[in-house]
Design a binder for this molecule. Sequence first.
Ligand code: FAD
Ligand code: ZN
Length: 230
Amino acid sequence: LPGRNVLIVYAHQEPKSLNGSLKNVAVEELSKQGCSVTVSDLYAMQFEPRATRNDIVGCLHNLEEFDYGVEVREAYKRGDLSSDLIEEQKKVQEADLLIFQFPLYWFSMPAIMKGWMDRVLVEGFAHQFPDCYSSGFLKNKLALFSFTTGGSQEMYTKGGISGDIRYLLWPMQHGIMHYCGVKVLAPHICFAPESVSEEERKEMLLAWGQRLKTLWKEKPIDCSPEWYFK
Ligand code: FAD
Ligand code: ZN
């Protein structure tokens, strides 16, 4: 559907990487569809991953003892978060779909992207207990985790040495996105791009572009423990 807003949160240092190419494919295909696409290129932005006192502008709520969660919640209410956070929150607010594009680092996302999650999804903006999961504040949005691995697809199976790839999606998809109310589309995984031929990598890029053509017809996954661990 034309007019949809997409935010791509992208974490790779090298534009010529496969992650860089996957990001470019998404920008191209979604723009062609008439979507408005914004990219947060975290390394290029030198995005600050650390959750510190610097995220609060001006006076602290409690000067005696620093509690990051409390301070950013209060700063969000006052409009006193640092400008880089306000900017990312605005992009999230405007987005219908969030695409996270990254290489798998230690069964998870790179630290710079984890820092984006830690700092942007502030209480009061993205969630506020008991407003979480189906009543999280980012409901009506979609998220898609698109990533590459070093390990092969066989390694990431239930009986394989690394276990089912779905085990590692639990914290990212359920613990973060679903917690904030976001519905999750099936992940897009390019296994071991460094170990395959140039031809196979080209096919990976084509497959991603192909999937994006019908993305808006996809139904979210049933993001419950069964999907991950059954
Ligand atoms: P690249 O090396 O950029 O891509 C491979 C090749 O694709 C390159 O030669 C590139 O030139 C080429 N390419 C780029 N664009 C195109 C194009 N348009 N057409 C054809 N070819 C193209 N892996 C795991 O499985 N589990 C882990 O827990 C894990 N932890 C890690 C932790 C760290 C700190 C690091 C550094 C790596 C880890 N890895 C892990 C490996 C990592 O996930 C892979 O190295 C990464 O996913 C590969 O993606 P890339 O984009 O960096 O690949
Ligand atoms: Zn879930």
